[in-house]
Design a protein around this ligand. Structure first.
Ligand code: FAD
Length: 447
């Protein structure tokens, strides 16, 4: 059996490639519907190139060789004699499936940076605002500020405006002139100009005010502090202004989800942007036999790159050679992914946005002061030792949100850089999804 974990663009493209070559494939995805982070929706995807998603979603729904299991949260995986045992939860029931070949397409999640007030109601990530809208048809607020960095802010802001919300401001921390650093990537991806044009029209249609070099650096109920920022995200002194709003949707790019591949021992490395990703070859093979990895888990690159990688993984998995045109498409999209990293860097100036009382780990309510004390008074020297002293990263999210920030803060206090080993260490956890002892002890059904 071939099993794909993750039903976003990469997982869907892999499954379609496998089924088109006559083999059966099962997809497990924790979301209620196929499509992943970008294409998740109730009936149709509004936005750029929605017809591409329609093609994949339709084929997955109609091809009898593709079995899609939604709401299936894979919480652990292990290699067994005849393949891989994959344990997952569906509606509180624990099930196990055995697969001979695995394609991991687990995607990414929003990266958040702490600032004073980021733990208050009214602060969320752009992904959360978009998920409310696409997944549930709910507006995050009436007056919304969208801020942070990266092109993803555009679909979020225009989506909110199209649904009737007021986008009080769209604050992109970096300058658009940074794209000049990547002329080759732009020339090789002319379709991106069409996408930019699409969003430019949407921005004009909904009269969204975009300001560059600014970001949300504090929030209090119904008002945000917007500051001018250097390219390293340092606040320019005296530039702060208060802006009334109900909600701020703030995001700083994405963090690849490497948990499942990590559990299965797939080799990882640190990408240029400091994120931990999988080391795969040109055919998306991981360091572990019979495991392929595609999409954002191999590096943040957008849905087009995820589609190409998914197709390559699916074809290679069923023993079909990769055509030169598909390989070239991957090169073009990878160059664009590099350009994204150069255009939207996340510097370390954010460390000064927090007050001493600001919670850096929101699950365990650990403040900046607690972390600083663990370094200066108790001798913590990395995120792991700071975690043992303070419990930062021990809560429900298991450090998915805070561990990178804790690590950067501890390194900053010690005047050093975070090592690659530490980055890989905090990105991995032995259990992919929280599971209650009750669910575990209820016993399991086997498929
Ligand atoms: C919150 C968010 C919103 C985004 N919105 C946009 C947008 O509007 N426009 C745009 O151009 N790009 C957007 N992106 C970027 C875009 O999602 C990616 O470029 C693209 O979707 C990557 O595809 P993927 O298949 O690699 O991963 P994803 O689309 O992230 O799909 C991964 C899938 O794996 C599933 N999964 C992960 N772990 C498990 C597990 N343990 N068990 C079961 N299932 C699991 C997830 O539920 C998810 O459905 C967004 C990204 C995020 C994180």
């Amino acid at each position: 059996m071939i099993l794909v974990i993750g039903g976003g663009p990469a997982g869907l493209a892999a499954a379609v490639a496998i089924a088109r070559n006559g083999q059966e494939v099962t997809i497990l995805d924790s979301a209620p519907r196929a499509g992943g982070q970008y294409w998740r929706h109730r009936t149709r995807v509004d936005g750029y190139k929605s017809e591409k998603s329609a093609m994949y979603l339709q084929e997955v729904a109609q091809n009898p060789l593709i079995h899609f299991i939604s709401g299936a949260n894979v919480w652990s995986a292990s290699r067994v004699k005849d393949g891989f045992a994959i344990n997952y939860l569906v509606s509180g029931n624990e099930l196990t499936v055995t697969a001979q070949k695995l394609i991991l397409a687990t995607g990414a999640f929003d990266r958040s940076l702490p600032f004073a007030g980021w733990d208050l109601p009214g602060v969320m990530t752009p992904g959360a605002a978009q998920s409310l809208l696409k997944g549930h048809g709910v507006l995050a607020g009436r007056r919304v500020i969208v801020a942070g960095t990266g092109p993803f802010l555009l679909p979020v802001a225009t989506g909110i405006a199209a649904a009737g919300g007021t986008v009080v401001g769209l604050y992109e921390a970096q300058s658009p002139l940074r794209w000049a650093l990547s002329p080759v990537a732009l020339l090789l991806n002319p379709s991106k100009f069409a996408e930019l044009l699409y969003y430019a029209k949407q921005v004009r249609k909904y009269r969204i005010r975009i300001q560059f070099g600014k970001g949300v650096t504090a929030f209090d109920t119904h008002s945000a502090v917007v500051s001018r920022l250097s390219s390293d995200l340092e606040v320019v002194a005296g530039s702060e202004e208060k802006i009334e709003c109900d909600v701020v949707a703030v995001g700083w790019g994405f963090t690849p989800d490497v948990t499942l591949g990590g559990i299965l021992g797939c080799a990882q490395k640190v990408d240029l942007d400091g994120t931990v990703i999988f080391n795969v070859d040109q055919n998306q093979r991981s360091s572990q036999k019979d495991i392929w990895i595609a999409g954002e888990a191999t590096g943040i690159g957008g849905s087009d790159l995820a589609l190409v990688e998914g197709e390559i993984a699916g074809l290679d998995c069923v023993g079909i050679g990769i055509s030169p045109s598909l390989a070239f498409r991957k090169i073009r999209k990878t160059l664009f992914a590099r350009a994204l990293q150069k255009s939207y860097p996340v510097g370390n100036g954010w460390k000064k946005w927090s007050r001493n009382t600001t919670k850096i780990c929101r699950c365990e309510e650990v403040s900046l002061q607690d972390i600083a004390d663990s370094v200066t008074d108790l001798g913590a020297f990395d995120s792991r030792t700071a975690k043992l002293f303070t419990r930062a990263g021990m809560g429900l999210c298991q450090g998915r949100i805070c561990s990178r920030n804790v690590s950067e803060i501890v390194a900053g206090l010690q005047g050093c850089q975070v090592s690659d080993n530490e980055r890989i260490g905090y990105s991995n956890r032995p259990i992919a999804t929280p599971i209650s002892l009750g669910e575990l002890s209820d016993g399991k059904s086997t498929k």
